[in-house]
Ligand binder design. Structure first.
Ligand code: LMR
Length: 394
């Protein structure tokens, strides 16, 4: 049987991670995979996570099953973090998932069950795993323009023009904040226009929010998703805790389905738990429990918010340092867009050859489309990167 299997293309981000690990050079700089690193290059366990884990270790008396949709306290705490009071409880179905990726996969499966003919609209560019999962589930994809390579900002005119092609029942995938891979984000006014378009077209937005708190702050980063959820009749939201709680390997995420009435909510909830049962039965609990403990305990929450804010402002500082270093070297403001971008990533706008040059000559690893993980920098590597960018002729 196995002879019928084909080789699978390697995920580009994972392949880059392996290449970086295998590089023996001491001065190598990892700007590849989207993982936060502190100034020493370590990805720390957040303080509040450690505290919650300790309490959990001391107090947990059973590892028996929770519920198919995960612990309701987690669903409630995380949906509240994402949505605030934008929707009421009787509109909101939710089920815990193995990470944000699990939530995206499950969202597409739900769409397929409801409307297998739907087209899923993706920003060009988007996180490569989006099209990969959708193709795996044999659903149709269309693209909308998103990024202007010249200005390195959102091509909002192009985006809205392309989204005019959306048909009723199609799904429009939007990045809640900190767009991956570009770092260019919609303004609140632009979110309003997108919400209006989606309503007018009778489409369903699927908001992927994986970096809440990494851009302009926890509430500011959720403005778009809250606006969509409170404006559009039916919305899907995939939330990840990997980055903002630093619980990458625990696989902690949530899929939410917002509808208009309790009867629809009940059916949506039943389908979310059904899908969990078919795919993995009960979702992982450890990360979810830790997140819920942090969100529901005022002291732990304060500690987490403080550390998250340090992470956020640290990345903003690195953005400023890099833009300054490039201003100095190029005597221009060509790279000021780096300060305008938000979140972990910025798309530099380099060619694949320039990216390869920076990797081969300067041991700087960024994704082939020139996505840089700003959190992979520190005060020393900012200058190395600025030199490499200039040397590569970007
Ligand atoms: C990334 O985009 O680098 C992260 O979301 C990690 C991943 O799974 O690709």
């Amino acid at each position: 049987m196995f002879e019928h299997l084909n080789e699978q293309p390697q995920d580009k981000i994972m392949a880059l991670m392996n290449e970086y690990r295998a590089d023996p050079r001491d001065n190598k700089v990892d700007l590849g995979v989207g993982v936060y690193k502190d100034p020493t290059g370590n990805t720390p366990v957040m303080r509040a996570v450690k505290s919650a884990e300790k309490t959990l270790w001391e107090s947990e008396t059973t590892k028996s099953y929770t519920q198919l949709g995960g612990d309701p306290a987690f669903v409630s705490a995380l949906s509240n973090l994402v949505l605030g009071d934008a929707v009421s409880e009787d509109q909101l179905a939710g089920a815990a998932q193995p990470g944000g990726t699990g939530a995206i996969h499950q969202a597409i499966e739900l769409v397929k069950m409801a409307n297998p003919d739907a087209t899923i609209w993706l920003s060009a560019p988007t996180w490569p795993n989006h099209p990969s999962i959708i193709q795996h589930l044999k659903m149709a994809i269309a693209e909308y323009r998103y990024f202007d390579n010249d200005t390195r900002a959102v091509d909002f005119g192009g985006m809205m023009a392309d989204l005019e092609g959306v048909q009723a029942g199609d799904v429009v995938l939007l990045h809640g904040c900190c767009h991956n891979p570009t770092g260019a984000n919609l303004t609140v006014d632009q979110w309003k226009d997108v919400a209006d378009l989606v309503v007018r077209k009778g489409a369903i937005p699927l908001v992927d929010i994986a970096y809440q708190g990494f851009g302009d702050g926890l509430d500011a980063d959720a403005k778009g998703v809250r606006l969509i959820a409170s404006t559009v009749p039916e919305t899907l939201i995939a939330a990840s805790c990997s980055k903002n709680f630093g619980v990458y390997r625990e696989r902690t995420g949530l899929l939410m389905a917002v509808s208009q009435d309790p009867a629809t909510k009940k059916v949506a909830q039943g389908n979310l738990t059904h899908l969990n049962r078919q795919n993995f039965s009960f979702p992982p609990d450890h990360g979810a429990r830790v997140v819920q403990m942090i969100l529901d305990d005022p002291e732990l929450r304060k500690e987490w918010e403080t550390e998250l804010e340090d992470v956020r402002t640290g990345m903003l500082g690195l953005r400023q340092q890099l833009a300054d270093a490039l201003r100095q070297r190029t005597n221009s403001d060509n790279f000021d867009f780096i300060v305008e971008h938000r979140g972990m990533f910025s798309r530099l706008g380099a060619t694949p050859e320039q990216v390869a040059h920076m990797r081969e000559k300067h041991a700087i690893y960024m994704v082939g489309d020139s996505r840089m993980n700003i959190a992979g920098l520190n005060v020393n590597s900012v200058d190395l990167l600025a030199d490499a960018i200039v040397d590569a002729g970007v």
